[in-house]
Design a protein around this ligand. Structure first.
Ligand SMILES: Cc1cc2nc3c(=O)[nH]c(=O)nc-3n(C[C@H](O)[C@H](O)[C@H](O)COP(=O)(O)OP(=O)(O)OC[C@H]3O[C@@H](n4cnc5c(N)ncnc54)[C@H](O)[C@@H]3O)c2cc1C
Length: 453
């Protein structure tokens, strides 16, 4: 039996938390407790997508075979038409370009989670369902050689302890809230009121200025409503000023998935007035698109209702770590979904952090320094991914500065050229997800750890 070098509590069993648990469970000297607020780990939910950069990490975990078997679209590195790009906010639409990229793997989130749970070793990882963290206390070092553990409190009145706490609890993270409350209190006590204010602003998610409508319905409905609709055959993006609609066939072509982004970046960071998510009736959606070309209107004539989400993101954080506590995944950097890299960034956090924690030089007393290395490497990168996702959202909704389409002109050459420029920029802004790997960052992190002596 291996001696335990430290205990880790992971709060949240989404993609971030489960990936970290899988990566850490390869190290028998690390004891893991995984706390999940929901009573089931496999809530029916959205799809998630992985680009080649993330898939290469999954391969390192040896998960390519089980994950390939549950992928909705299997791994395919050959370039293919990802999207047809069409400007459609007038009665007559215009084909602009095709976006050609390597394929993205897509999964139902519960299928992905199930594969990860199957990898966990029951000897080193204990999963606790229906345990919602409400707060933690991290006792500061006293004079004694060994530090008291972090105290965790849950909404059922129970409590627990750990040497290291990881917040993988998503956009509305409790760990992030407690961490920045603690940072703010310290700044306040030291008379740094601006720092305290800044820390408190890191707690609440911010409205991005975007609302998204989502609907799924049988493909047969669409073919009855609009014969040979292009979305029955190929993924298409319809764009217009402030708006982007992505539509593609799913479930082997039997269903159609429609997602519409309505953006008003002037409202970014203002409070959203209304429910974060609600069902909206068909006439509300049809009204939004009543001046668009007929094939777009047909997409919404088939949807009796759609859900409308007010898309919130994480504020850019000054740190992902504080002493023995760290944030990963959406808790650290929930971003706009317009590059499809939220799950991939969660996987990168987990992989890099697990590499550092599992290193033989890492001990209970070096944990704060190890987390600093994680923060130094991962935060700028994830922050850049957030910025790129936002830029792509602006490009898609034709609101990117210098590339807007505000004036009602005819489709002349200039406009076509500008639309081609939009497509080109989207692709350029995105290609890091298939042309780069995390390996260099891993080497840099391990090097920093080794140099700590
Ligand atoms: C509007 C929107 C749409 C998106 N659409 C897509 C998409 O179509 N495709 C795609 O690939 N990605 C999409 N994403 C991104 C993706 O959902 C996440 O980036 C990714 O899954 C990483 O999530 P996570 O594990 O960090 O957090 P989450 O998936 O949010 O998981 C957090 C987990 O923590 C649990 N939890 C929360 N609070 C507590 C607590 N106090 N105690 C214990 N447990 C707790 C939750 O129950 C949950 O299981 C979207 C994101 C947004 C915001």
């Amino acid at each position: 039996m291996t001696d335990t070098k430290f205990t880790v509590a992971i709060c949240g069993a989404g993609v971030a938390g489960l990936t970290l648990a899988v990566a850490l469970s390869k190290h028998p000297d690390i004891q893991i407790d995984l706390y999940e607020a929901a009573d089931s780990l496999f809530e029916a939910g959205v799809g998630i997508g992985l680009w080649p950069r993330s898939w290469k990490i999954v391969e390192k975990f040896g998960l390519q075979r089980p994950l390939s078997s549950v992928a909705l679209i299997p791994p395919e590195s050959l370039p293919q038409i990802s999207l047809n790009f069409r400007k459609s906010d007038e009665a007559l639409g215009l084909n602009v370009n095709q976006l050609i990229t390597p394929g993205m793997l897509t999964f139902h989130r519960p299928d992905f989670q199930r594969v990860l749970v199957d990898q966990l070793q029951s000897t080193t990882c204990h999963i606790h369902r229906s345990r919602r963290l409400v707060s933690y206390t991290n006792p500061q070092p006293g004079s004694e050689a060994s530090r008291p553990p972090i105290q965790l409190r849950f909404d059922d009145g129970s409590s627990s302890t750990c040497d290291l706490l990881i917040g993988a609890d998503g956009l509305h993270s409790t760990v992030r809230a407690c961490m920045f409350q603690e940072i703010a209190s310290k700044a306040c006590a030291e008379g740094r009121s601006d720092d305290a204010r800044q820390a408190l602003q890191s707690i609440e998610p911010r409205w991005s200025g975007i609302c998204m409508y989502r609907a799924t319905y049988p493909a047969e409905l669409l073919s009855r409503c609009y014969k040979r609709h292009r979305a029955l055959r190929e993924p298409t993006v319809y764009v217009g000023t402030n708006t982007q609609i992505t539509v593609y066939p799913i479930s082997r072509g039997t269903q159609i998935s429609v997602t519409a982004t309505l953006a008003n970046f002037d409202l970014e960071d203002t409070p959203f007035d209304g429910p974060l998510m609600e069902d909206v009736p068909q006439d509300v959606i049809l009204h939004e698109f009543d001046r668009w070309e007929p094939e777009v209107q047909a997409l919404f004539q088939c949807a009796d209702t759609a859900s409308r989400w007010a898309v919130h993101t994480c504020p850019p954080l000054d740190t992902y770590v504080s002493d023995r506590v760290a944030l990963i995944g959406d808790a650290a950097h929930a971003m706009l979904p317009h590059e499809g890299v939220g799950p991939g960034q969660a996987i990168e956090d987990a992989y890099l952090l697990a590499t550092l924690l599992g290193n033989s030089k890492t001990t209970i007393s070096t944990l704060p320094k190890i987390l600093e290395i994680y923060d130094t490497i991962r935060r700028p990168f994830a922050q850049q991914a957030m910025n790129r996702s936002r830029e792509n959202a602006m490009l898609y909704t034709l609101t990117f500065p210098g590339l807007t389409f505000d004036r009602p002109e005819d489709y002349d050459d200039t406009q076509k050229r500008r639309l081609s420029e939009v497509c080109y920029r989207i692709r350029k802004n995105w290609e890091w997800v298939w042309t780069t790997t995390i390996d260099e960052d891993i080497d840099r992190a391990v090097d920093m750890l080794e140099r700590q002596g």
